[in-house]
Ligand binder design. Structure first.
Ligand SMILES: NC(=O)c1ccc[n+]([C@@H]2O[C@H](COP(=O)([O-])OP(=O)(O)OC[C@H]3O[C@@H](n4cnc5c(N)ncnc54)[C@H](OP(=O)(O)O)[C@@H]3O)[C@@H](O)[C@H]2O)c1
Length: 487
């Protein structure tokens, strides 16, 4: 019998338990405004650490979780190794200046009472706002200063993780939903991890507890109290509803019986055996109950071919969760605790300036801040009536920096976000695009560019032309122009 969770090395000098203790549940327990007693909760957390579950996952918005951990750390005797603290910073999109990023990081340091955050994970609500790259570069600078141990992401899809890496951000991990019901992370994200060495931290592995014997053969609940289960009930509905969950539970139950373990163990084991996964995060409700002894059994068995065949057959009775990792926070179907976030996303300020064109009533133009727009005399985009024309757009970040030099696929992802942001500033969306033209410096590099174009436009299917441009300025490998008609 395994006595403590297995460990893995997330980065040099950062050893973590493969079962991470997740503290989002603190926010749920405090949602009526009554905060947990910090001393008592810190004692309960200490019991996890003492049992080897000594890697905690938190966030800026997980109620008092960071403060509880800070209280626990403050009581650690000098010389005794304290648990590992992961937290997240999820700022509202807007300019990510040095001062703003530093303040966000200092807030985490203060609440945790540490001199260095072991792993700081970054979340960004919409890639149409390009300041996420500024935030990550500032975090990289603070890592050099020693305030951050390692940089992680959360809810990044493969394409944007690739942009971050190609732009030089030293990312070690990406925290994403990954479970028997949500297998998106096994796709392009895992393939990118295999190429780059980035590791996944999986959450939602137990679907808030729905992937346990408690729900096997049970009727669909009419009401759900806690945020975690509210969130994963949406995943269940998107995966084909209650019959789909029951099919997966039945399969996991037969595998569990064979190995003498629980359904939850099978759900966790399947994730831990995924090559890209460093650890799975299991949410805990401090003081309300714990599952440590059961969860430890995950290290006492392995899934064989027969088990995989049984589970795969149940997957065939589910629908894939739409989109790529993190899309549940950014586009329909929103699969979050509170559901639809479109109202929240519509309040995100545009990164681009919109002006009326003098003497041309009803004509609007967008500036993205590139030094070349005023110098060469063009706009990022122009709207006349229902039509929007977007200029040839390169992966210029801010005034004149080329993003992801040497990676045409990453540049294409960045460019399409910029086009989407410019069109949105003029009241349209990517879905309104009727034509794109892609200019490539080296036509031999067409494939990653076409794939990045396909990820954004696969359902929209505008008319498209691909042109070899001969040469583009500097490190630019791709330039794309677009036209949209807003109905
Ligand atoms: N980055 C993000 O966007 C994001 C989003 C969500 C979560 N997370 C992280 O992931 C963590 C995990 O939370 P989650 O919401 O995804 O929930 P989860 O881990 O899928 O489910 C946790 C629940 O499963 C039940 N459980 C645990 N072990 C069990 C076992 N052996 N047998 C039966 N039931 C068991 C417990 O329910 P009972 O307490 O009812 O027994 C527990 O509260 C969070 O705390 C947070 O750190 C991150």
């Amino acid at each position: 019998m395994t006595a403590v969770p297995d460990r893995t090395r997330l980065a040099p000098g950062l050893s973590i338990a493969r079962l991470v203790t997740g503290l989002w549940q603190v926010a749920d327990m405090e949602k009526d405004g009554t905060v947990l007693d910090r001393g008592v909760a810190a004692g309960q957390l200490r019991a996890y650490a003492d049992a080897g579950f000594d890697s905690f996952d938190m966030a800026d918005h997980y109620g008092t979780a960071e403060l509880i951990t800070g209280t626990l750390f403050a009581g650690y005797p000098a010389g005794e190794k304290r648990p590992v603290a992961f937290t997240k910073w999820c700022p509202p999109p807007g300019p990510m200046t040095r001062d703003i990023v530093r303040a966000g990081v200092h807030d985490r340091l203060t609440r945790l009472g540490v001199e260095r955050i072991d792993l700081l994970q970054f979340h960004w609500w919409t890639f149409e706002h390009p300041a996420w790259l500024d935030a990550l570069h500032e975090m990289a600078a603070l890592r050099q200063e020693g305030l951050i141990g390692e940089i992680g992401l959360t809810n990044f899809d493969a394409a944007h993780l690739n942009v971050a890496l190609a732009d030089g951000i030293p990312v070690v991990s990406n925290q994403v939903s990954f479970s028997l019901l949500d297998r998106r992370a096994a796709g392009p994200l895992s393939a990118l991890c295999a190429r780059t060495g980035v590791r996944l931290l999986a959450y939602g592995t137990l679907c808030g507890g729905f992937l346990s014997s408690r729900w096997l053969g049970q009727p669909e609940p009419e009401t759900i109290g806690d945020w975690s289960r509210s969130k994963y009930k949406r995943f269940i509905d998107a995966a084909g509803g209650w019959p789909a969950l029951q099919a997966v539970l039945a399969a996991a139950s037969s595998v569990a019986q064979k190995h003498g373990v629980s359904i939850s163990n099978v759900a966790s084991r399947w994730i831990l055996e995924q090559p890209a996964v460093a650890a799975t995060i299991i949410g805990v409700r401090l003081g309300e109950g714990e599952h440590r002894a059961d969860n430890l059994k995950v290290f006492d068995f392995a899934l064989d071919d027969e088990d995989h065949a049984i589970l795969d057959a149940s997957f065939a009775q589910t629908s894939p969760i739409p989109g790529d990792c993190g899309d549940e926070y950014r586009r329909p179907p929103f699969l979050t605790a509170t559901g639809d976030l479109s109202h929240h996303l519509s309040t995100v300020p545009s990164a681009y300036r919109v002006d009326e064109v003098a003497g041309r009533p009803g004509r609007l133009r967008v500036s993205s801040g590139s030094v070349w727009e005023p110098l060469a005399g063009y706009s990022r985009a122009i709207r006349t009536g229902k039509t929007i024309h977007v200029s040839g757009t390169t992966a210029t970040h801010g005034t004149d920096r080329c993003v992801a030099p040497g990676d045409p696929g990453a540049q294409t992802t960045y460019i399409i976000d910029k086009i989407a942001g410019a069109i949105a500033a003029l009241g349209g969306s990517l879905a309104d695009v009727v034509r794109t033209r892609v200019y490539l410096r080296d036509v031999g590099q067409w494939e990653p560019v076409s794939r990045a174009h396909g990820r954004a436009f696969g359902d929209i299917r505008p008319a498209n032309t691909l042109v070899q441009a001969g040469s583009l300025v500097g490190d630019y490998a791709v330039e794309i122009e677009a036209e949209a008609i807003v109905d």
